[in-house]
Ligand binder design. Structure first.
Ligand code: SF4
Length: 63
C-alpha cells in the first residue's frame, strides 16, 4: 500500500504520528511528513486508522 500526505491540508495536529510513528512524523515545519511511502501489510491497519483520525483528510492511501 502506498501512502501520501497532502501538506497543504495538514494542520499538524499530530494524530497520524501518534497512531503510527513508523510511517508519519511531524517535521521542523510542524507538519506531517512520511518516513516511508510504501507500507507493509502489518502496518496497513495503523495507517488506515491514522487516515480515519486525520481531521482534514490530508492522508491518501492507494493499494
Ligand atoms: S492527522 Fe492529518 S492534520 Fe494531523 S498531523 Fe497528520 S496529516 Fe496532519
Amino acid at each position: 500500500m502506498k501512502v501520501k500526505v497532502n501538506r497543504d491540508s495538514c494542520i499538524g495536529c499530530g494524530a497520524c504520528a501518534a497512531i503510527c510513528d513508523d510511517v508519519f512524523e511531524i517535521d521542523d515545519e510542524g507538519l506531517s511528513t512520511l518516513k516511508k511511502e510504501v507500507v507493509e501489510e502489518d502496518q496497513k491497519q495503523e495507517v488506515l486508522d491514522a487516515q480515519d483520525s486525520c481531521p482534514t483528510g490530508a492522508i491518501e492511501v492507494e493499494e
